[in-house]
Every structure is written in C-alpha cells, then in structure tokens.
Design a protein around this ligand. Structure first.
Ligand SMILES: [Zn+2]
Length: 85
C-alpha cells in the first residue's frame, strides 16, 4: 500500500495520491509563465482547481499556461514542477 502523503496548496490540505496523475502529466509538458489575459473569464489550475483570472494580485492573476488554455497556479508550479528531477 502506498504511503499517504499530504500536501498543502493555498492553505488547503490535499492527499498527494489524489492529484498524482495531474502532477505526472504536468511534468511532461511545456509551461510558460503568463498573466491571465481575458477580462470576465477564468481558468482553474489543472492540479488544485485554484481559480485564475484577470487580476492585479499575482496569486490569482498569473500562473503557467500550456497551449494557451491549460493553467497551473504559481503555487502548484513551484511545488510540483519546478522541483521535479
Ligand atoms: Zn494549483
């Protein structure tokens, strides 16, 4: 049985196994740092569902994007992608 690992994202606790497949996928694709461009629209982080939208607050207003429509929040990128071997 796999050991249960907990991770905290935006102050919320997640079981790593629940997001493991999203994390593995995200490590294989190319991300670019971006500011969310569209007023009145939003995206959700591919890993934690954090809402990303046009905002001056960098935590909500920016992240990392793949093919212009799949987003990661800054926190997931820093925690799971930047650190990947
Ligand atoms: Zn996230």
């Amino acid at each position: 049985m796999a050991m249960e690992t907990k991770v905290e994202i935006h102050g919320r606790e997640w079981k790593q196994e629940d997001i493991e497949s999203e994390i593995s996928w995200a490590r294989f694709v190319i991300w670019k740092s971006a500011v969310f461009p569209k007023e009145g629209d939003h995206a959700n982080c591919h890993i934690c569902q954090w809402k990303i939208f046009k905002s001056d607050d960098a935590e909500n207003g920016s992240g990392y994007v793949h093919r212009e429509h799949i987003w990661l929040c800054n926190e997931c990128y820093a925690k799971f992608i930047e650190v990947s071997p």
